[in-house]
Design a protein. Structure first.
Length: 95
């Protein structure tokens, strides 16, 4: 019984570390996207999102930006929706 307790404790610790790391990365992504909202649009493109979200826990990060406006120099582009996705597994592409 003692071995099962230690195994359960180890699994719980790994899950807590993984969860903490996922939320830390999600917070970092959110901070970087919010920094793009205050960019000047000349040296760095300004990107603003009407609806922004980070999801995909536990095995990936999905970043969605609905109603995006991208401004760089004298060019403004409006996009209905953008999405970036990563997965926790290594993808080798099509075979």
């Amino acid at each position: 019984m003692n071995r099962f307790l230690w195994l359960g404790l180890a699994v719980l610790i790994v899950v807590l570390i993984w969860t903490g790391a996922w939320f830390a990365v999600a917070a970092l992504v959110t901070t970087e996207v919010k920094a793009l909202e205050s960019a000047d649009g000349v040296t760095t493109p300004r990107v603003s999102c009407a609806q922004f979200g980070v999801s995909g826990y536990p095995f990936g990060i999905d970043v969605s930006c609905g109603g995006a406006t991208i401004v760089t120099m004298d060019t403004t582009v409006s996009v209905f929706s953008m999405m970036a996705t990563t997965s926790g597994s290594a993808s080798r592409g099509p075979k």
